[in-house]
Design a protein around this ligand. Sequence first.
Ligand code: PLP
Length: 249
Amino acid sequence: MTEIIPGLEEIAARYHTLEERVREAEVKAGRESESVSIELAVKYQSLARVRAALDAGAQLLGHNLIHQLEEGESGLHTLTSTPPCTHRTHVIGHVQSNKAGKALAWAQCIETVDTLKLAERLNRLQGERIARGEATDPFDIMVQVNSSGAPSQYGVDPALAEELVGAIAALPHLRPIGLMTIGAHTENVGTIAHSFSVVRELRESLRRAGYDSLVELSMGMTHDLDIAIAEGSTIIRVGTAVFGPRLLV
Ligand SMILES: *Cc1c(COP(=O)(O)O)cnc(C)c1O
C-alpha cells in the first residue's frame, strides 16, 4: 500500500482535522472539551514541516531520537523569520544513558523512563544542571509502562510499576507527572482498549497510594487515539495523521 506524503501546504488542514477528531472523541467519551492534548510525533520530519504544524496551532512536540531533538529545537529557536517558539517538547523514544544529558537540556519532559538506573542518572544530571544554574526545578518525567506484555516493547511491567514509581518519587530532582504507554500492536479493539485501561487503572491505584503528581496518561497514536481517549488518555502522540505515512521506523 502506498500513500502519498502530504505536501507542506496540507499540514495545517490535516492538523485542524486531527483537532476536530480529538474534540469529537472527547464528546463521545463523555469527557470535557480540551481534556486531551495533542503531542506531535515529529520523527524524521523536516523543520519546515514541523514549523507548519506549529503555525497551525500545535503546542507540544514529541521526539524519538535525541539528535533530532537537539537539531530540531536549536533549529526552530534560531529560525529568525518566524515568531518565537512557545511550544513544549517531550522525549517519547528510548533514552540511551549517554544521551540523557542532551535530553534534559533540550526537552521539558522525558516520557520513557522505565528503569531506576535511567532515573538515577537523570536525577544526578539534573542536580548538576541546577548546581550550574542551568535549571531550577525538578525535571518532569513519565514512567513508560509495557501494557501489552510484548517483549519487543520498552516499559516497566505493570506489576513492578509501583516499586519503580516509589523509588523515583524519592529522587529530589525528578518529578513523575504520569504514565506513558504504547497500545497493544493488534487490530483487535478490545485488546487495544485493555492495554490502555491497564495503565489508567495503574495510575488510579498509584494516586490512591499517594503518588498524586501522576496526572498524565500519554497513550494513543494515529490508529488508536479514539480508543485511548475513551480509556482516559490525556496526551495523544500523533505523527501519521498530520505528516502522512512514516518512511522510517
Ligand atoms: C511515531 C510515534 C508515535 C506516532 O505514531 P503515528 O502512528 O505516526 O501517529 C507515537 N508514539 C511514539 C512513541 C512514536 O514513536
